[in-house]
Design a protein around this ligand. Structure first.
Ligand code: ADP
Ligand code: MG
Length: 363
């Protein structure tokens, strides 16, 4: 199976730059989620990979083959869009079968493949139904089955569950997880939904304003974003950010922040004297009693979020720190609390918003 490689790929629509000189490789036998807010250029990028949109500049490679000028019909790609593309008036079985007839497969092989995708996607009960009898989620499953049964080497999904209703979404997500685990193709899956990306991806390509900000394993992207954008976009809510000028009055730079009880030395910052530090709400420790390395704060807001956890807003100095805790701990917290921000969970960003490999140390 070929990897998909983009080299300085660019797309302009008049004065809009939708994709900005992107160079990236999507590995084979992996699910790469292309994650980013609406309008950041995900669909445009997918359409260029599929051959549906000519790039303004740059190239697309499948393995060693340059396919930039190859028409879509010759690229042998499977594609699933936001709205299911299926034939009405024929059965689910026939919907999956028709593209296989075009592939000139033997009847036995066709049957085997159809049976396989029906199993994986849980379409057994719908096999003989007409498309018009199905709900939106099941229709999308049929569209996926059609694309997958052809066994294309590269499969592109563009927000396939975005317009499916909430109930069907959970089920479809589970089927997709199962399916992508079994497929050995190069899979690129576009979504603006971080939980979807975190569940399905082997790796996530985080996109912003036509550029790939970071390509990493989901956990690594979450815990160590390369850019403040990743810290902000991922998480619910995202990272807490605090901007500080470093203190250099004693020679080597120190970070003085209301998050920590004492100044800490900071190294590896390469001359940047203004930094942004970030910490995720769930990485902060909090309690009603004093704990080591903690600072005192006041609870200004407390409410229960998805999963029963508490989101607590704590006032430190004049700033607000958001903390996420278990229900048991959340219930204990009243007006005065102690919060500890473990140094290993503090990420340091430079004035350009990019992460710095800085070391923080207690004196
Ligand atoms: P996403 O899929 O991430 O939501 P798109 O790739 O659809 O983003 O769009 C990226 C940018 O390009 C947007 O500003 C959008 O308005 C613009 N765009 C996309 N397609 C066209 C088009 N055919 N003509 C003009 N502008 C377009
Ligand atoms: Mg899109």
């Amino acid at each position: 199976m070929p990897e998909v490689r983009l080299v300085k790929l660019r797309k302009e629509f008049k004065d809009i730059v939708a994709v900005r000189d992107v160079t990236i490789a999507f590995p084979t036998a992996r699910v790469t989620c292309l994650l980013g807010p609406s309008g950041c250029g995900k669909t445009t990028m997918m359409r260029m990979i599929a051959g549906l949109e000519p790039p303004t500049a740059g190239d697309v490679y499948f393995g060693d083959e340059r396919v930039t000028a190859l028409p879509a019909s010759k690229r042998k790609i499977g594609m699933v869009f936001q709205y299911p593309v299926v034939y009405r008036g024929i059965s689910v079985y026939r919907n999956i079968e028709v593209p296989l007839i075009e592939e000139k497969l033997s009847a036995a092989e066709r049957q085997r493949r159809i049976h396989e995708v029906i199993q994986i996607l849980g379409l057994q009960e719908s096999v003989d139904k007409d498309i018009t009898q199905l709900d939106n989620g099941t229709r999308q499953k049929v569209a996926i089955a059609r694309a997958v049964a052809r066994q294309p080497q590269i499969i592109l999904f563009d927000e396939p569950i975005t317009s499916v209703d909430a109930e069907a979404k959970v089920q479809l997500k589970r089927s997709l997880k199962e399916l992508t685990r079994q497929l050995r193709q190069t899979i690129i899956y576009v979504t603006h939904d971080q939980t979807e990306a975190m569940t399905l991806a082997d790796q996530i390509a985080l996109m912003k304003d036509g550029e790939i900000v970071q390509l990493d394993a989901p956990r690594r992207l979450y815990n160590r974003p390369n850019d403040v954008f990743g810290g902000w976009f991922l998480g619910n809510p995202g990272m807490n950010f605090f901007e500080h000028d470093l203190d250099t009055s004693e020679g080597s730079p120190r970070l003085i922040t209301p998050l920590l009880p004492a100044p800490v030395s900071i190294s590896g910052i390469d001359g940047d004297n203004r930094v942004t530090i970030g910490i995720r709400p769930e990485h902060v420790r909090i309690g009603p009693e004093q704990i080591p390395r903690a600072v005192r704060g006041a609870v200004v807001r407390k409410f229960i979020v998805v999963g029963g956890q508490y989101l607590v807003s704590v006032k430190l100095d004049e700033r607000i720190l958001k903390v996420k805790v278990s229900p048991g701990r959340g219930r204990q917290l009243q007006d005065e609390v102690w919060v500890e921000c473990p140094l290993e969970w503090i990420t340091v960003f430079g004035s350009d918003g990019r992460r710095i490999e800085a070391q923080l140390a207690m004196p």
